[in-house]
Design a protein around this ligand. Structure first.
Ligand SMILES: [Zn+2]
Ligand SMILES: [Zn+2]
Length: 117
């Protein structure tokens, strides 16, 4: 089975976390999330993975380990991930120096549906 870890940041605290993903027949699924510090992320070489496929949330996905937001958004500018609770409000990218903000749309909506399970 192909599996990897992506890096994400918490929208509320900007703290780093890891997203474990695995490949299944129809898409890549996010199965687990865990708090992570910058040193360990570097040591494990996390963050080098590039997934050019649909990313879905597994039903058991625990959400952001810092604020429990059930989903995450891929930034339209820097392409990095920041957690997202799915609320009707503006989302902010927490990767410096990007700081892009906007209302999530597009493929992210399928994330929301899965996050609601
Ligand atoms: Zn969070
Ligand atoms: Zn960004």
């Amino acid at each position: 089975m192909n599996a990897d870890v992506l890096l994400a940041r918490c929208e509320r605290s900007a703290n780093l976390y890891g997203l474990r993903i695995e490949e299944r027949s129809d898409a890549w699924y996010t199965t687990w999330a865990f708090a992570l510090d910058q040193r360990r992320a570097g040591r494990e070489k996390y963050g080098n993975a590039v997934i050019n496929a649909l990313l879905r949330l597994d039903e058991g996905f625990p959400g952001c380990p810092h604020c429990e937001a059930g989903s995450f958004v891929k930034c339209g500018i820097c392409a990095r991930l920041t957690c997202w609770d799915g609320g009707a409000r503006v989302w902010r990218c927490r990767w410096s120096p990007c700081r892009y903000s906007g209302v999530p749309s597009g493929q992210i909506e399928s994330f929301h549906q899965h996050a609601d399970v």
